[in-house]
Design a protein around this ligand. Sequence first.
Ligand SMILES: [Zn+2]
Length: 161
Amino acid sequence: MAIREIVQYPAEVLEQECERVTVFDKKLANLVKDMYDTMVAADGVGLAAPQIGIAKQIAIVDIDDENGTIELINPVIMERKGEQVGPEGCLSFPGLFGDVKRAEYVKVRTQNRRGKIRIIEAKGFLARALQHEIDHLHGVLFTSQVLRYYEEDELEQSEGV
Ligand SMILES: [Zn+2]
């Protein structure tokens, strides 16, 4: 197990388009494992590769539900429906939280660490986390979409992604 350092804003790697993954090897599997360890250690519900300094289309989401850890490699949002507005934070912006408008439902086509294609349908908080992580892979940060920032005492507990 290896915990990587989380890149904090501002950093060039957080705002660039990430490269697609074409090689599904042991190195990729180890990277995904490190990302998981790093996310858990940081108490997050998701982590994208650029957040540990790697500009590749790799992210994970784990909101502690029956889906377990969702591996997002070269993910594409195929469908969006509805909308939700809710609080969001990011491990690359410690202590910063704001309301962000997201689709209520998304259908995502992704690959796992072995290259296997998976279709994920999600709504609510899981859909929010997926959209946040997929944005990271295109250099889009949640701060570009915040409708309103929270004051420090407004949120008792929050989860970064
Ligand atoms: Zn984030």
